[in-house]
Design a protein around this ligand. Structure first.
Ligand code: ADP
Ligand code: MG
Length: 701
């Protein structure tokens, strides 16, 4: 295995601060930094110089092309490559890249989902440079391409992507958080940013087996498969020793990510067999979002080098845990202070307490929006299934903060519970300093010391949407708080009154118990907390009057942009379920039925031979009977599915189609799977047409 020198490779493919300092004239560098840090407008003259420097750097590294890299509403990234090439008029060509080309690109937007925001005749879309996320070189066997992070908007300036609302929400949060800081006498902070560290779960399976599973190829998950004798019940995979093929994969993955300046830090085996996790060190939300897209992309790219395939689907296998993404979120000042750090005596930290209750209020009021931010067809299989947070949004605060909030509510705030030392019992072991509170793994939104961890996000999703929703709703509450506090005569008294009122009004969303329990589902219903079980039920939240008013007030999304996002979600849901339904029909008809029939024929021959020999043939006949009956059951279910797929084909309204998918096609998928999985059990292993769960989950290196 090739040795890695971290300091040599880290960031080598990034047009980062060090490269800018080295390659840009001082004055230009200062202006660009000012735009990156403070959001000042970039002049055309500066862009020209930056473009040139970027091009020279990329070409020195061996790049021949550049691409505006953007994040359409499909949730994945898109790129269109252009060569650094301009004819010189004398039969040759020179490498050129202008400021104009850096700042603005044109993309035919008609093939990206727009949710009706753009009529088909208005195909023009623009990509615009986001200088706050660094440009980078994408490397593969064919060479290097300079990728410039951009937003995508329509001819009329409407956001057609996931990055634009995120950038707008950063501005909104900054504006409102600064108002609060000023009220607390902070005159030095220039900017408040949000930081995110996204832990990424994924599966790795053998590529040869993958190629034989049409369901995984077409849908990202298994649609068939009986449980093997062993699942995850022994808890022997979580944090288990890494298998060599997997650790070689991680080694190369880290190397590629480090080259891109992505601080991949933690890696381990997860709960399910073949499941793993990677966590980078947190960074600003915009960069973290771009980085997470690159992490997912790089995982997929590197896996085949080890004859593996990386599955990012939320539920690749029924019966074992699926994958999610933990979105760790905090607010930080440009001076480096984490505003969600409670300090040693949180009860004396009024600013922290105010920000804390602002988050609590925001989550309580907009629980439905937070829920939709984690909605995708794959996540429907995870949320509420005892492996991931329930579909009910609640907040875990831990013993210390809950105690403080109780004190405030009761009107006498005097102390903070402190962490203690812990003895492990053996004299040779050191005393450990205990954290003030234990962890809670079952909460969808947990305070974990100095940040909130939103644990519902699906593993394949972009984190842009959860974060622009969290940023906006927190900005909205801070705005309300600032409006009130700016008018206060006695500021300190008003702050305490506000904190107390907010706790009283919104404490129903705080829950420190077991989120996986049935009692919590009942208790949450008593508290009036929404329990939004599926993506279909979650979608309307993005276009309620409440949500639209908030997004419009803070300039994050317009009414039309909200409506469009709902349409796109309906479309995404319907399309995914239809593809799954079609795949099931295909696999059942072309692979499972022929295999079962072939095997039935063998068994029928056996019955006849046994009969002819004059011996008992009861068990062979019983097997044949089961095979035939199960086959019939499968045929009936497949016929129903084929008919349902015809019905949905005729539906133009996306919401109607999605509803039909949820209520009719989705249940039919189980109707097909049950007899098919029984057939897998009945048919001899060597006659089964594709690798089973046992093969996929327990492949030998
Ligand atoms: P877990 O115990 O949840 O598995 P990890 O240590 O694997 O935690 O991941 C925690 C993530 O939270 C990391 O990505 C880490 O960088 C990130 N993180 C730590 N502090 C902050 C912070 N202040 N804001 C945002 N993210 C943070
Ligand atoms: Mg976590």
């Amino acid at each position: 295995m090739e040795k890695i020198s971290l300091s040599e490779i880290y960031g080598m493919n990034v047009f980062n601060d060090a490269v800018m300092q080295e390659r840009l004239p001082k004055k230009i560098y200062v202006e660009l930094k000012n735009t990156i840090k403070n959001g000042t407008t970039l002049s055309a003259a500066v862009a020209e110089v930056v473009a040139n420097a970027m091009k020279d750097w990329a070409i020195d590294k061996g790049a021949t092309h550049y691409s505006h890299w953007f994040q359409p509403m499909t949730g994945i990234t898109a790129e269109k490559h252009e060569a650094f090439l301009t004819p010189d008029g004398m039969g040759g060509a020179i490498a050129e890249f202008s400021g104009k080309e850096l700042i603005k690109g044109e993309a035919d937007a008609s093939s990206f989902p727009s949710g009706g925001l753009r009529s088909t005749f208005e195909a023009r879309g623009y990509t615009a440079w986001d200088c706050t996320s660094p440009a980078f070189l994408k490397e593969d066997a064919s060479g290097l391409t300079l990728c410039i992070p951009t937003v995508l908007c329509s001819y009329t300036g409407v956001a057609l992507d996931k990055k634009t609302p995120l950038l707008r929400s950063n501005d909104a949060l900054n504006a409102q958080a600064l108002r609060i800081l000023r009220l607390f006498g902070d005159t030095t902070t220039k900017k408040v940013i949000t930081s995110v560290g996204a832990e990424q779960e994924y599966f790795l399976i053998d590529k040869d087996m993958y190629k034989k599973r049409k369901d995984i190829i077409f849908t990202g998950r298994t649609l068939f498969g009986a449980m093997p004798p062993k699942g995850q019940e022994l808890d022997d995979h979580y944090y288990g020793a890494l298998r060599e093929r997997v650790s070689c994969f991680m080694h190369e993955l880290n190397r590629e990510l480090w080259k891109l300046g992505i601080p991949a830090k933690t890696q381990h085996n997860e709960v399910a067999p073949c499941q793993h996790e990677l966590a980078p060190i947190f960074t600003d939300t915009n960069t973290a979002t771009d980085n997470n897209q690159l992490i997912m992309e790089t995982m997929k790219k590197v896996a085949p080098h080890f004859n593996l395939v990386c599955l990012l689907h939320e539920k690749p296998f029924a019966g074992v845990n699926g994958s999610g993404k933990h979105n760790n979120w905090s607010m930080t000042t440009d001076t480096g202070k984490n505003l969600l750090d409670p300090g040693k005596k949180p009860h004396e930290n009024k600013l922290f307490l105010l920000l804390l209750v602002a988050v609590i209020k925001a989550i309580d009021i907009h629980a439905d929006l937070l829920r939709v931010s984690a909605a995708n067809p794959g996540n429907d299989h995870r949320l509420g299934a005892q492996e991931a947070p329930p579909a009910i949004i609640s907040i875990f605060l831990g013993a210390q903060l809950e105690d403080i909030l109780n004190q405030i509510e009761a009107g006498h705030l005097s102390n903070s519970i402190q962490g203690s030392e812990m003895s492990i019992g053996a004299s040779v072991l050191p005393f450990l300093k205990k954290d003030v509170t234990d962890r809670n793994r079952t909460s969808p939104f947990a305070f974990t010391g100095n940040k909130f961890e939103f644990r519902m996000v699906g593993s394949s999703d972009s984190i842009a949407c959860p974060n622009y929703i969290i940023n906006t709703m927190v900005a909205d509450t801070l705005c309300e708080f600032a409006d009130r506090l700016e008018k206060a005569e006695d500021f300190d008294a008003e702050v305490m009154a506000l904190i107390q009122e907010t706790i009283k009004a919104h404490k129903r969303v705080v829950f420190n118990g077991n989120g996986y329990s049935e009692e919590w589902v009942e208790e949450a219903a008593r508290r009036g907390l929404p329990n939004i079980k599926s993506m279909l039920e979650a979608i309307p939240a993005i276009r309620t009057e409440k949500a639209i008013a908030m997004f419009e007030k803070h300039g994050v999304l317009t009414r039309a942009e909200c409506e469009a996002r709902a349409e796109i979600l309906y479309e995404e849901y319907a399309k995914q379920i239809i593809i799954e339904g079609k795949t099931m029909v295909d696999v059942a008809m072309k692979q499972i039925s022929p295999a079962a029939l072939g095997y039935s024929q063998k068994v029928a021959q056996t019955v006849l031979s046994l009969k002819a020999a004059g011996v008992k043939y009861d068990s062979a006949a019983a097997l044949l009977q089961s095979l035939t009956e199960t086959q019939n059951e499968l045929d009936v279910a497949v016929a129903k599915m084929s008919q349902a797929l015809q019905v949905v084909k005729g539906m133009e309204d996306l919401e109607e189609a999605a509803t039909y998918c949820r209520n009719t096609i989705f249940p039919l998928m189980s109707e097909i799977r049950t007899p098919a999985d029984r057939l897998e059990f009945l048919v001899e292993k060597k006659d089964w047409p594709f690798p089973t769960y046992g093969d996929l989950l327990y492949y030998i290196d």
